[in-house]
Design a protein. Structure first.
Length: 135
Protein backbone atom coordinates (compact mmCIF):
# COMPACT_ATOMS: atom_id res chain seq x y z
CA UNK A 1 0.00 0.00 0.00
CA UNK A 2 2.78 2.43 0.90
CA UNK A 3 4.65 1.58 -2.34
CA UNK A 4 1.60 2.53 -4.42
CA UNK A 5 1.44 5.92 -2.69
CA UNK A 6 5.14 6.52 -3.34
CA UNK A 7 4.77 5.71 -7.05
CA UNK A 8 1.77 8.01 -7.42
CA UNK A 9 3.53 10.91 -5.73
CA UNK A 10 6.44 10.66 -8.22
CA UNK A 11 4.15 11.00 -11.25
CA UNK A 12 4.15 14.47 -12.82
CA UNK A 13 0.76 16.05 -13.31
CA UNK A 14 -0.36 19.08 -15.32
CA UNK A 15 -3.86 20.30 -14.49
CA UNK A 16 -4.79 16.87 -13.14
CA UNK A 17 -3.47 14.81 -16.07
CA UNK A 18 -0.22 12.86 -16.26
CA UNK A 19 2.20 13.11 -19.18
CA UNK A 20 0.94 9.99 -20.99
CA UNK A 21 -2.62 11.34 -21.00
CA UNK A 22 -1.37 14.72 -22.23
CA UNK A 23 0.63 13.18 -25.08
CA UNK A 24 -2.55 11.46 -26.27
CA UNK A 25 -4.30 14.85 -26.51
CA UNK A 26 -4.43 16.93 -29.66
CA UNK A 27 -2.73 20.35 -29.48
CA UNK A 28 -6.12 22.10 -29.55
CA UNK A 29 -7.38 19.94 -26.69
CA UNK A 30 -4.21 20.73 -24.73
CA UNK A 31 -4.90 24.43 -25.33
CA UNK A 32 -7.98 24.15 -23.13
CA UNK A 33 -5.73 23.31 -20.16
CA UNK A 34 -3.29 26.24 -20.35
CA UNK A 35 -3.71 29.88 -19.33
CA UNK A 36 -5.48 32.36 -21.59
CA UNK A 37 -2.47 33.98 -23.32
CA UNK A 38 -0.94 30.63 -24.26
CA UNK A 39 -4.37 29.26 -25.20
CA UNK A 40 -4.82 32.12 -27.66
CA UNK A 41 -1.35 31.51 -29.12
CA UNK A 42 -1.93 27.76 -29.46
CA UNK A 43 -5.23 28.28 -31.25
CA UNK A 44 -3.90 30.94 -33.63
CA UNK A 45 -0.59 29.20 -34.40
CA UNK A 46 -1.86 25.63 -34.43
CA UNK A 47 -0.38 24.88 -37.85
CA UNK A 48 3.05 26.35 -36.97
CA UNK A 49 3.26 24.30 -33.77
CA UNK A 50 2.15 21.09 -35.51
CA UNK A 51 4.75 21.68 -38.24
CA UNK A 52 7.48 22.17 -35.61
CA UNK A 53 6.45 18.99 -33.74
CA UNK A 54 6.58 17.06 -37.02
CA UNK A 55 10.04 18.49 -37.70
CA UNK A 56 11.14 17.43 -34.18
CA UNK A 57 10.01 13.86 -34.80
CA UNK A 58 11.77 13.67 -38.17
CA UNK A 59 15.07 15.15 -36.96
CA UNK A 60 15.16 13.09 -33.76
CA UNK A 61 14.70 9.95 -35.88
CA UNK A 62 17.77 10.93 -37.91
CA UNK A 63 19.74 11.81 -34.72
CA UNK A 64 20.17 15.42 -35.85
CA UNK A 65 19.90 18.38 -33.46
CA UNK A 66 16.65 20.34 -33.50
CA UNK A 67 17.31 24.08 -33.77
CA UNK A 68 14.89 26.98 -33.88
CA UNK A 69 14.86 30.77 -33.90
CA UNK A 70 11.18 30.82 -32.87
CA UNK A 71 11.36 31.70 -29.18
CA UNK A 72 7.61 32.32 -29.01
CA UNK A 73 6.62 28.66 -29.50
CA UNK A 74 4.57 27.26 -26.63
CA UNK A 75 5.82 23.94 -25.22
CA UNK A 76 3.26 21.20 -25.92
CA UNK A 77 3.25 17.58 -24.63
CA UNK A 78 4.63 16.20 -27.92
CA UNK A 79 7.89 18.07 -27.22
CA UNK A 80 8.48 16.51 -23.79
CA UNK A 81 11.71 14.52 -23.73
CA UNK A 82 13.20 16.31 -26.75
CA UNK A 83 16.35 18.42 -26.75
CA UNK A 84 15.92 21.67 -28.68
CA UNK A 85 18.48 24.35 -29.54
CA UNK A 86 16.86 27.76 -28.98
CA UNK A 87 18.61 30.79 -30.50
CA UNK A 88 19.41 33.59 -28.05
CA UNK A 89 20.79 36.10 -30.57
CA UNK A 90 24.33 34.73 -30.57
CA UNK A 91 24.19 30.95 -30.27
CA UNK A 92 21.82 28.03 -29.88
CA UNK A 93 21.22 27.18 -26.22
CA UNK A 94 20.39 23.51 -25.66
CA UNK A 95 17.09 23.16 -23.80
CA UNK A 96 15.92 19.74 -22.57
CA UNK A 97 12.12 19.82 -22.46
CA UNK A 98 10.61 18.40 -19.24
CA UNK A 99 7.06 18.21 -17.87
CA UNK A 100 7.35 21.42 -15.83
CA UNK A 101 7.86 23.46 -19.03
CA UNK A 102 4.41 22.69 -20.48
CA UNK A 103 2.53 25.85 -21.37
CA UNK A 104 5.64 28.06 -21.27
CA UNK A 105 7.47 29.63 -24.20
CA UNK A 106 10.80 28.28 -25.50
CA UNK A 107 12.41 31.71 -25.13
CA UNK A 108 11.95 31.61 -21.35
CA UNK A 109 14.61 28.92 -21.10
CA UNK A 110 17.22 30.59 -23.32
CA UNK A 111 18.31 33.89 -21.74
CA UNK A 112 19.37 36.63 -24.15
CA UNK A 113 21.30 38.73 -21.65
CA UNK A 114 24.20 37.82 -19.39
CA UNK A 115 24.80 39.23 -15.92
CA UNK A 116 27.07 42.29 -15.95
CA UNK A 117 30.56 41.73 -14.58
CA UNK A 118 31.98 45.02 -13.40
CA UNK A 119 35.76 45.06 -13.31
CA UNK A 120 38.33 47.77 -12.72
CA UNK A 121 38.04 50.94 -14.77
CA UNK A 122 40.24 51.06 -17.85
CA UNK A 123 42.44 53.88 -19.03
CA UNK A 124 40.26 56.81 -20.09
CA UNK A 125 37.24 55.56 -18.17
CA UNK A 126 37.47 58.47 -15.74
CA UNK A 127 38.93 61.98 -16.01
CA UNK A 128 41.67 61.27 -13.50
CA UNK A 129 42.89 58.19 -15.42
CA UNK A 130 43.48 60.28 -18.55
CA UNK A 131 46.30 62.23 -16.83
CA UNK A 132 48.07 59.06 -15.67
CA UNK A 133 50.81 57.47 -17.65
CA UNK A 134 49.97 54.26 -19.44
CA UNK A 135 53.04 52.50 -17.98
Amino acid sequence: MAEALVKKSKDKFFRGKNVEELKALDTREFAKLVKSRERRTLRRNYDVIEQFVKKCVEKSAKNRPIKTHDRALVVVPAMVGKSIGVYNGKEFVKVDIVEEMLGHRLGEFSPTRRPTKHGAAGVGATKSSASRSVK
